[in-house]
Design a protein around this ligand. Structure first.
Ligand code: CP
Length: 312
């Protein structure tokens, strides 16, 4: 593993830009930042400003970045409801990025369009962090997902990982799979045929990873070490009738645990609707709230690496 921070001043647009060494450097930095005192941490972003623009709703991503920046001693400014910004008057993404670039040191962007963060990175002089671009990617979510697996299981290699739900529109699924390409894992994809992984991506994944496809979770649950559950992305369906046909297709409840490994880890990027029963929340298998907590730590480390040449 390299020891030099080469994330200083860099954009985080796609998880595909990160090698296994890169990811492990970020995980190691996430471990290190949790060992700092609050005073030490608050030096890493002192006097710096995070600017954010969320064209789509967010709870975890926006708030964890804000909380991370506050812990680093910096501040955050931004737009999370475009109705109360000049976007409502018709200001373009390009001009919005150019303006927030003037007022901040690092920019976090969520946008409904694939390619939006790559485009913003070309315009901005300060680093852009992709906080979700259409149904394409959510790279920092994948980093925290991989970190969660690593912390909970002690490794990522040689695990059997099931990903269930909306594999067509779920951007966290694509970023996670691109991240998992760096590891030796068995991946089982479980979805109704109409929500299967997009054809243009499956070829790339299958070339590198051992991937199997299933319609039903029951067929595969006993083999899994990790079950990554996703919400059906109602907002991305071109036709709401198509959403009505598949909503509620999967529901993870205690019955499923009867056939699962005793230490199965159940993850979810959240928000969940009804795909995981609340009766699962207090089982030791449920790690989705811990996963959200790791999000703040990992994003703190990432910001520290982007804002400082030698933070740790
Ligand atoms: N996981 C995730 O991106 O959650 P938010 O939409 O709340 O940011």
């Amino acid at each position: 593993m390299f020891s030099k921070n080469h994330f200083f001043g860099k954009d985080i647009v796609s998880i595909r830009d990160f090698s296994r060494n890169d990811l492990e450097f970020i995980f190691d930095s996430t471990d290190k930042i949790q060992q700092l005192t609050p005073e030490e941490k608050s030096e890493l972003g002192k006097g710096r400003t995070l600017g954010y623009i969320f064209y789509e709703p967010s709870t975890r991503t926006r708030m964890s970045f804000e909380a991370a920046m506050a812990a680093l001693g910096g501040s955050s400014i931004g737009i999370f409801d475009s109705k109360f910004s000049a976007i409502e008057k018709g200001e373009s993404l390009a001009d919005t990025i150019r303006i927030i670039d003037l007022y901040s040191d690092v920019i976090v962007l969520r946008h409904a369009r694939d390619g939006s963060s790559r485009y913003a990175a070309e315009l901005s002089s300060n680093p852009i962090i992709n906080a979700g671009s259409g149904s394409e990617e959510h790279p920092t979510q994948a980093m925290l997902d991989l970190y969660t697996i690593f912390k909970e299981k002690g490794r990522i290699d040689n695990l059997t990982i099931g990903i269930v739900g909306d594999l067509k529109y779920g951007r966290t699924v694509y970023s996670l799979l691109y991240g998992l390409k760096n590891y030796h894992v068995n991946v089982h994809l479980i979805s109704p045929p109409s929500l299967a992984i997009r054809k243009e991506s499956i070829f790339e994944f299958e070339r590198i990873m051992n991937i199997n496809h299933y319609d039903y979770l029951d067929d595969i649950i006993p083999q899994l070490d990790v079950l990554y559950v996703t919400r059906i992305q109602k907002e991305r369906f071109p036709d709401t009738q198509e959403y009505e046909k598949v909503k509620g297709t999967y529901r993870i409840d205690e019955k499923i645990l009867d056939d699962a490994k005793i230490d199965l880890s159940i993850m979810h990027p959240l928000p969940r609707l009804d795909e995981i029963s609340h009766t699962i929340d207090n089982t030791k298998n449920a790690i989705y709230f811990k996963q959200a907590a790791y999000g703040k730590e990992l994003r703190s480390a990432l910001l520290a690496l982007i804002l400082n040449e030698d933070p740790f």
